[in-house]
Design a protein around this ligand. Structure first.
Ligand SMILES: NC(=O)C1=CN([C@@H]2O[C@H](COP(=O)(O)OP(=O)(O)OC[C@H]3O[C@@H](n4cnc5c(N)ncnc54)[C@H](O)[C@@H]3O)[C@@H](O)[C@H]2O)C=CC1
Ligand SMILES: O=C(O)[C@@H]1CCC=N1
Length: 276
């Protein structure tokens, strides 16, 4: 991560919120805090990140003067203001990596000096435990080398895939927001355990281990989710009684509609960032 002639190296994480911290924590675990700086506008939060990870918190101009890669991790609603503050400190020797949901690379490019390479990334919070899923797309001025650079960065906290930018709103709805759907499902299953009279800690333990085991099977067995579900579903048994209720309550349709709504919201956030 060094750019010949500029004297810049390393990474500035701009926005030390939930995803900024998830990425920071993984990067520090992997290679230590050297070469990483953070920009965070809330001083209390900034102090917390320094205490937790040993990273310096700098102003935007100083961070851009030092770091070659600028990782933008502020809300889509704040990206316009951030880019206006940052534009005078950014040049084509930087690589700008944005994780802002919905915000097209073209919107970021238009707010920065001509030719600055931009890569759009959709990560997710399991980066906190090195099991993240990050999906990359190149902007107009980002080449294969820039994508490789962003991929190396994100690979420190989990798996990485590349897609054309047109797929990023769908990716955001699936893997970006995806952890929330699984947590929601787990909450509901724990509630069911409570209804059936189990102690909460037992219900949580049963469901979390079942989620983990199921996830490993999905990843490693080579079998389709339908085959895995069929293997649990004994004729005349308990599972089919539950599956009938899931179908009767439209859970499959509800999930599809929910994910479509997340996609549409991502598109909307992108439009709002462009028009702001
Ligand atoms: N939370 C998640 O699971 C994921 C979030 N994202 C994206 O990451 C971005 C951040 O999301 P969260 O971390 O959830 O939000 P957050 O609200 O927890 O964090 C944003 C942080 O940016 C800081 N900030 C805002 N403007 C700033 C500026 N000009 N200079 C310095 N710091 C500034 C805020 O003080 C805040 O701490 C969003 O664009 C979101 O779409 C992407 C993937 C997953
Ligand atoms: O809810 C959000 O907008 C962000 C983007 C993907 C996950 N969290």
């Amino acid at each position: 991560m060094s750019a010949g002639g500029t004297g810049r190296s390393g990474l500035a994480i701009i926005g030390g919120g939930k995803i900024g911290e998830a990425l920071l924590s993984g990067l520090v675990r992997r290679s230590g805090a050297d070469g990483i700086v953070v920009c965070e506008r809330h001083p209390e939060r900034a102090a917390e990140l320094t205490a937790r990870y040993g990273v310096p918190v700098l102003g935007l101009a100083e961070a851009a003067a030092r770091a070659r890669v600028l990782l933008l991790a502020v809300k889509p609603q704040d990206i316009g203001t951030l880019l206006a503050l940052l534009a005078g400190s950014v040049d084509t020797g930087h690589l700008v990596v944005s994780v802002a949901a919905g915000v097209p690379t073209a919107t970021i490019e238009a707010a920065l000096p001509a030719g600055v390479p931009v890569v759009r990334v959709m990560p997710n919070t399991p980066a906190l435990v090195d099991e993240g899923m990050s999906v990359l797309s190149a902007g107009a001025h980002a080449d294969e080398g820039h994508l490789d650079e962003a991929e190396t960065l994100l690979a420190a906290v989990g798996r990485v895939r590349r897609v054309p930018e047109t797929q990023q709103d769908a990716v955001t709805a699936l893997s970006g927001s995806g952890p929330a759907y699984f947590f929601y499902l787990v909450e509901a299953m724990v509630d069911a355990g409570i209804l059936l009279g189990l102690p909460r800690d037992l219900a949580v333990d049963l469901i979390v281990q079942t989620a983990l085991g199921s996830a490993v099977m999905l990843r490693d067995s080579g079998e389709h989710p339908v085959q895995l579900r069929e293997a649990v579903t004994s004729p005349g048994g308990t599972t089919i009684a539950a599956v009938r209720e899931l179908e009767r309550h439209g859970v499959r349709a509800a999930l599809i509609a929910a994910i479509e709504a997340a996609h549409d919201r991502s598109v909307e956030l992108g439009r709002a960032a462009r028009d702001r």
